[in-house]
Design a protein around this ligand. Structure first.
Ligand code: C2E
Ligand code: CA
Ligand code: CA
Length: 651
């Protein structure tokens, strides 16, 4: 046999284009063939062996390059890398040089599969030493060799695809982090002054509670400019904005100068300034020991504003009023502390403003009412005045009803229809919330089972779970009992947990979610986008659905920012394999935008408000939430939810 070097051997079909490893655009030395092409380099000294081997390899859709000695094989490899090498054991060591060793240092060939044909045990060991990955004994079944080559190459291609996918995933995760930060930064910062807004400020208080030292308290100062409306009229809107920016600047530098807090040795520290709305600013003080330091800081703030402001060439004199509240033992939420400071501010304003006042209980207008409401809801539960209404969730493209959300209604003979937003806060955190929550869960699941056994199209039942229910240790046990009692398929029960209650670093809540997940029920994050949660929780917790808060949907056509954030949330959820529901869809425009972005399900007055069970059943039987057409033509606004509701005599 004469060495043919890189020459094509005679049994390659004459009309076949000569396989070239490198395509039109030159590749790096030894680079593998472009995706989709498979090239087998066959180095066999025996002509019959080459013939059969190449025949079967072509059957397996390989382009075949044939050579009959090791040196030629090496030359061809350098010209362009093959996907597999089939070689005689004897040829692997060409002139004392291992082809494998020479090949494997080339780009992309470190893992080149090498199938070696050997005739005896001794040869096996030598072939493996020389770098063969697979050894085939003689006599050779060439069909099997071709099959082996094919599976080896497929495995490599798969591995390459997987590594590309994982790179893409990593890139997607990185852009997620960026999108997430952007969502929070934009949502949490006041555009005019770049100070934290209400959401952010509350969460800063929450965080300060977590970091508080024993024995020290927090305080919030709520500052409001006096007669700012009149100032706005004098200097114009732009001038007013300018003043607000200057106020923010003076407060910031006043607090950071430090003497506000340390004068008189009060030792209080400051954590944050916020702008809650219009001309309202807030300051959070930490390390507070008693009222004195707080009072000093508040008066210091007022002094910061004493010098006149200059805008549009005019001098403007301002004064302000401050309400102050200290965290008493037992107050642990930012919301409550802020509320108290605001009550104190209102009391000070009623006295004419320009002063500092501290919160005291007499300022609470709500406490009596809360107690009354609590008593009345308790009675309402006994008297069966509570009902569930159901609002459809529809599949985005088809408008088909895929789920119903159970929403509480209280028809009070005395007060009329009381919306849940009004009476639930009065019982949240108490045992009564747990009782009501249990009643809701049981009633919704029983209703779902009734519809299922009637043969109506299967849907999911979404049930809201209050934060205090989520903190209750036996929630999973309760859900399990209700699943058993009612026979509802766990996959058809969806628990809606408000973002603020659920996406947080709390081992108890993590455990809770995991137990619920083990039961097989679906978990949905409600009001998504309103909280302060870190993206990590979305990744770590077993969540199935994300419900974009209706405030974003409402802003879709008005604000590019809300549209951008909504799109970012949809993408982010999808990359984490979480389904997305948009709630509060009222117009065609909103629907079209959400549909275009691939939002999975929609809910809102455009389709239907929450309706009595009987009415929902009709919708389900007819297969569609018919409200879509009604909402679009008659204007969703005319079909308001409350207008549509009436006490259900059937209960
Ligand atoms: P949510 O869970 O965010 O429920 C959606 C609310 O948005 C419902 O108000 C619903 O009627 C309303 N909604 C639906 N579509 C539209 C729309 O197109 N536009 C507008 N503007 N609003 C729409 P609802 O029924 O008054 O409930 C208010 C909140 O009360 C609920 O907010 C939920 O947080 C709470 N809630 C209601 N029922 C229960 C319950 O059984 N248990 C618990 N824990 N909370 C409940
Ligand atoms: Ca909900
Ligand atoms: Ca919601």
């Amino acid at each position: 046999m004469t060495p043919t070097s890189a020459k094509l051997l005679p049994f390659a079909p004459a009309n076949a284009e000569r396989p070239r490893f490198d395509g039109p655009e030159r590749r790096a030395r030894g680079a593998p063939p472009p995706a989709g092409r498979r090239v087998a380099l066959v180095a066999l000294s025996d002509a019959r062996a080459r013939k059969w081997c190449s025949r079967w390899l072509r059957q397996a859709r390989f382009e075949v390059v044939l050579v009959d000695d090791g040196g030629a094989a090496l030359a061809r490899v350098e010209e362009g890398a093959p996907s597999v090498l089939v070689a005689d054991g004897g040829l692997l060591l060409a002139n004392g040089l291992s082809i494998c060793a020479a090949v494997r240092v080339l780009d992309g060939l470190a893992e080149l599969p090498v199938i070696t044909i050997c005739s005896g045990r001794g040869h096996f060991a030598r072939a493996v030493d020389a770098g063969a990955t697979h050894v085939v004994p003689k006599p050779v079944n060439w069909q099997l060799v071709a099959g082996l080559a094919e599976s080896l190459v497929e495995a490599r291609e798969l591995a390459a695809r997987l590594s590309k996918t994982s790179q893409r995933l990593e890139a997607a995760e990185r852009s997620l982090e960026v999108a997430w930060k952007h969502i929070h930064q934009e949502r949490d910062v006041d555009g005019l002054t770049r100070l934290p807004n209400r959401t952010r400020f509350e969460s800063l208080i929450e965080r300060a509670f977590g970091a508080r030292e024993a024995g020290s308290e927090l305080a919030v100062l709520y500052l409001d400019l006096d007669r700012f409306k009149a100032v706005n009229e004098i200097v114009g809107r732009a001038g007013g904005d300018d003043i607000l920016r200057q106020v923010a600047g003076r407060l910031r530098s006043g607090l950071h100068a430090g003497d506000l807090l340390t004068r008189g040795g009060s030792g209080a520290g400051t954590a944050a300034i916020g702008r809650l709305s219009g001309d309202e600013f807030t300051v959070l003080l930490t390390h507070v020991h008693g009222r004195r330091a707080v009072r000093q800081a508040a008066h210091g703030l007022l002094r910061c504003l004493a010098d006149p402001f200059v805008v549009v060439g005019k001098e403007v004199h301002l004064s302000a009023t401050v309400g102050a509240a200290l965290s008493a033992p037992g107050t642990r939420t930012g919301e409550l502390l802020l509320q108290r400071a605001e009550l104190a501010l209102c009391a000070a304003k009623r006295q004419g403003g320009g002063m500092v006042r501290f919160y005291d209980e007499s300022m609470e207008p709500l406490s009596e009412r809360t107690l009354d409401l609590h008593r009345m809801v308790k009675q309402a539960l006994r008297d069966e005045e509570l009902q569930l209404h159901y609002q459809p969730l529809v599949e985005t493209g088809s408008g088909r009803i895929v789920a119903g959300e159970a929403l509480l209604r209280w028809f009070s003979p005395e007060l009329g229809l009381v919306p849940p937003d009004e009476f639930l806060p009065a019982i949240e955190g108490t045992d009564l919330m747990l009782e009501v929550g249990e009643w809701v869960l049981r009633t919704a699941c029983t209703q779902h089972q009734a519809w299922t056994s009637e043969g109506l199209p299967p849907i999911r039942m979404a049930v809201n779970v209050a934060p205090s229910q989520l903190r209750r240790a036996d929630l999973a046990a309760l859900v399990e009992t209700v699943l058993r009692e009612t026979g509802i398929d766990p996959q058809q029960l969806e628990l809606e947990l408000s973002e603020r209650g659920v996406l947080r670093e709390d081992p108890q809540i993590r455990q809770q979610l995991e137990s619920l997940n083990r039961l097989g029920v679906r978990l949905s994050v409600d009001d998504f986008g309103t909280g302060q949660s870190a993206i990590d929780y979305l990744k770590q917790f077993p969540l199935d659905v994300l419900k974009i808060d209706r405030s974003y949907v409402a802003g879709l056509s008005r604000s590019d920012r809300d549209a951008g954030l909504t799109l970012a949330m949809v993408d982010m959820a999808h990359s984490l394999k979480i389904a997305v529901v948009a709630e509060g869809v009222e117009t065609r425009d909103q629907k079209d935008m959400l549909q275009g972005w691939g939002c999975d399900e929609l809910q809102g007055f455009l389709f239907s408000p929450a309706v009595r069970g009987e009415e929902f059943r009709e919708m389900l039987a007819s297969g569609l939430a018919t409200g879509e057409a009604v909402g679009a033509e008659t204007g969703a606004a005319s079909r308001t939810e409350l207008g549509n509701e009436s006490p259900d005599p059937a209960g």
